[in-house]
Design a protein. Structure first.
Length: 128
């Protein structure tokens, strides 16, 4: 089997034994993450087209626009859950443990664009 340009082996599922990831010099493994922000580097503000950043406010994990064009911080848990559900619809992801989800999303997505101040109003730009 040959690897496509995204690093996935052709003809495999993302949760199968033969799944492979091109990650940090280890093409045969997914990378576990300890980052509590699943969408760091993937979440973008729709109005200004700039990355949104983790913002731990009032004991909650949230994301905010770096330019401040969004006055409302988005709850990280809600945005991440909606995004993971969209990824599950796109690929076979059954059985992916939470520490590996960041690696999976980085392989599947170019970016996630927040269009409004609601976790459900997202646009996904998938890798092809």
């Amino acid at each position: 089997m040959s690897a496509n340009r995204d690093g996935l082996l052709a003809g495999t599922s993302l949760c199968g034994r033969r799944a492979a990831w091109k990650a940090k010099g280890r093409p045969d493994r997914m990378v576990a993450s300890t980052d509590p922000y699943l969408l760091r580097t993937l979440l973008w503000c729709g109005p200004c087209d700039l990355p949104m950043h983790p913002h731990p406010g009032r004991g909650q994990r949230t994301y905010k626009c770096g330019q401040g064009c969004r006055q409302v911080a988005l709850p990280a848990e809600a945005v991440e859950a909606v995004t993971w559900t969209a990824a599950e619809r796109r690929a076979t992801l059954a059985g992916i443990a939470p520490p590996f989800r960041k690696s999976v999303l980085e392989q599947l997505l170019v970016k996630v664009v927040v269009r409004a101040n609601a976790p459900e109003d997202l646009r996904y730009i998938w890798r092809t």
